[in-house]
Ligand binder design. Structure first.
Ligand code: ZN
Length: 339
């Protein structure tokens, strides 16, 4: 948030403070400002920053929630029940196509490939399996990739009783109204959990790092020319995929026409207060069960949330929330026309 920089004179301090200021075109931006004052001023500002809510959550509450969520994630991973799967979804990352030879670059131009990493955990013969999957595409389509990952689990596990998803709370990719509609329409075996905002990075980043390093070396060493997401997928399958018993890595290529962009069934109105929910389960289509923080204590694992041993913190029972479909009339109209 801020850090004292230099002590210029006895009793006077300079420090940097992140502040919201108005800039050109009226768009508010956060900038670092140098400030000067006594140690008393520094402390006063620190206490104010820590306790004042930003978007409804104070810094202290934000840190406590992030730590709690991370602890629940680690506990569940360590004691993952048989037939349960955990899936960590990270941001899709773009990779620019580049060539060893300039002439090819001039001919093909610049193109981007989106890599979407999933890291999955499940037990096989009592041992935890780490199974990663990277989807290569030119577009972002989180829900589509999620369904591919889910099919992957179904074909690798004997039985999938529960799919526990973990991601950060980025509204555009993982916590938007469309995501909630998709979740409610999936199955009650699936639930979503959110790391504290911006605290979910790690697992998927590592996978992307491995892929990027290997592909860069191959291109620079003239071992491969990659012009498209499909080229990259082919090379990764041949060189980086692994199917050992407890550590697996696979790649999928998602063709553009596989992704359906017209999905009126997911156009729902905003779920109020969703920023504050970190565990979301399915009750029925367009009906979700939400809780302020996640819990995987013994009663919660058995879906007996009323008996949650952390109820003073979690609130115990999950609250029911109804999603309202915006476009229901349009869907009916289209169906009548037979489009
Ligand atoms: Zn619990």
């Amino acid at each position: 948030m801020y850090e004292p920089v230099t002590k210029e004179a006895r009793g006077t301090w300079n420090w940097l403070h992140c502040e919201r200021v108005e800039v050109i075109e009226g768009k508010p931006r956060r900038v670092l400002k140098t400030k000067q004052g006594s140690m008393g001023n520094v402390l006063e500002e620190l206490i104010n920053d820590a306790e004042r809510p930003v978007q409804g959550v104070s810094f202290v509450k934000h840190i406590v929630t992030a730590r709690w969520q991370h602890r629940q994630y680690s506990n569940l991973k360590e004691h993952l029940p048989e037939n349960w799967a955990m899936m960590v979804m990270d941001f899709g990352q773009n990779r620019k196509v580049f060539y060893q030879d300039d002439i090819k670059a001039a001919y093909y131009g610049q193109m981007q490939i989106t890599m979407h990493p999933f890291v999955m955990y499940y037990r096989q013969n009592g041992t935890l399996v780490r199974d990663s999957m990277v989807a290569d595409q030119r577009y972002h389509a989180v829900e589509h990739y999620l369904n591919i990952a889910s099919q992957h689990l179904a074909s690798n596990m004997q039985q999938v009783d529960k799919e526990v998803l973990w991601s950060d709370g980025c509204q555009s990719q993982n916590k938007g109204k469309g995501t909630f509609a998709d979740l409610s329409l999936s199955s009650d075996a699936r639930e979503r959990n959110y790391f504290g905002s911006e605290h979910g990075k790690g697992e998927g980043d590592g996978e992307i790092g491995v892929v990027n390093r290997a592909v860069d070396q191959a291109i620079l060493g003239h071992k491969v020319v990659i012009n498209s997401a499909k080229d990259m997928w082919g090379w990764c399958c041949a060189n980086l995929a692994s199917d050992s018993m407890y550590s697996k890595r696979s790649f999928v290529y998602v063709a553009k026409d596989e992704i359906s962009r017209e999905r009126p069934e997911t156009e729902v109105t905003t779920l109020k207060g969703s920023r504050g929910y970190h565990q979301i389960q399915v009750a029925a289509p367009y009906k979700l069960k939400v809780r302020r923080v996640s819990c995987f204590c013994f009663p919660c694992l058995l879906n007996n949330n009323e008996m949650c041993t952390n109820a003073t913190y979690t609130g115990g029972k999950l609250e029911i929330k109804q999603l309202s479909l915006k476009a229901i009339r349009n869907v009916h109209a289209r169906n009548r026309k037979g489009e």
